[in-house]
Design a protein around this ligand. Sequence first.
Ligand code: HEM
Length: 418
Amino acid sequence: MEAQTSGSLRDEVWAMPLDRFDVSKGYLFQDDIVELYFERLRKEAPVHLCQSKRYGPYWSVTSYRHIVEVEQHHQVFSSEMKRGGIALAERPPEEMFPSFIGMDPPRHTEQRSTVSPMFTPQHLATMESTIRGHAAEILDGLPVGEEFDWVKRVSIELTTRMLAMLFDFPFEDRSKLTWWSDMATGDPDGNGAVTSWEMRIGELKACRDRFVQLWNERVNAAPRNDLISMLAHSPATRNMDPDEYLGNVILLIVGGNDTTRNSISGSLLALNRFPDQYAKLRANPELVAGMVPEIIRWQTPLAHMRRTATQNYLLGGQQIRAGDKVVMWYLSANRDEQAIERPHEFIVDRPRPKHHLAFGFGIHHCVGNRLAELQLRVLWEEILKRYPVIEITGQPLRTRSNFVHGFVSMPVRIPARV
Ligand code: HEM
């Protein structure tokens, strides 16, 4: 980002009065210039109040240590959907579906523990060979010597297949999962598939109906190892109403989809931006496992999570008041020079690569983090066996969103097979 940014824009950002800073604007992410603003906030106002026209007043927390402080004080900084939930953008209550990411303890703890067995190292080990088979099939089907869209052919396809596995969702209909995920995170002002709020809600209801049908099939059958069966049989979730079920389904679809998808795309961009690191990786494929957390830090596929203060709290010298919106910008924390050495560089063998906040921190720390890492590791192991280089041939198109930090498309070309 930095190398491509003209000095004059940086000068403008540093000359602008801080009370005009609003880092929630989608174009800052689409144009990949938001770090210029974050950099100044981290230095001069790491806990900064913005009077946004669109979202109302909200606090931006941009430094690593203050974000950790917010996450550690979950009694003060609530995730509860009824208070506004976990994203800056809020929808009216009839369009907000409860899920455990938007709950505080004790309900959060009970529902999280219903699905967490899916993501233990032991269970993931049983999924590895199937994920490897899917990765190999997708990679073997790629054209050599022609331009194609990496996002569509690889990032979306692999994550969609993985989601179908988690839910044991009918494989031939798997593209619906991605579609519903795009509906759930989209917004008519973005550059994705959602063109109106009515369309979004209509599609989410279709998602609910399809998943209710699958619930009905599984609730009376013996418990199985898929997320729908786990939710249908657990005492913590078996009495959920259809909207809460939809909320949790969406959480698991979105959690597993956008994030991993954009890490896959981001990994290719990172290696193209840092060719010496790409060469090092090619010469030492055993570096893949250590590179994976570095990919996730470098990309940070969820730019923020939001909390709502339940009481007054002094954070970084600023008086947060009960009811205030507090936004934790993970994307900024993962570029914080005070916490991470050479944070703008992508280093395949970085010491302590897991020292990042892309998965959050504390009680809501990403439950699927090991699965995301597994997919990235397996994919890169399989890529290196086949294709020594994958070149990015044009400008990737980024998402116009302050939440999902990723890519709509990324043109690439594979010059040759090994
Ligand atoms: C929570 C990031 C992959 C499911 C979260 C949170 C973040 C995050 C930032 C919120 C943490 C907080 O509020 O403190 C990521 C990233 C991923 C990824 C960067 C990939 C690179 C996945 C996958 C799944 C998943 C593969 C599962 C299919 C969830 C769920 C939660 C969550 C269910 C809610 C946890 C809770 O509230 O206790 N993730 N995630 N995520 N993630 Fe992920």
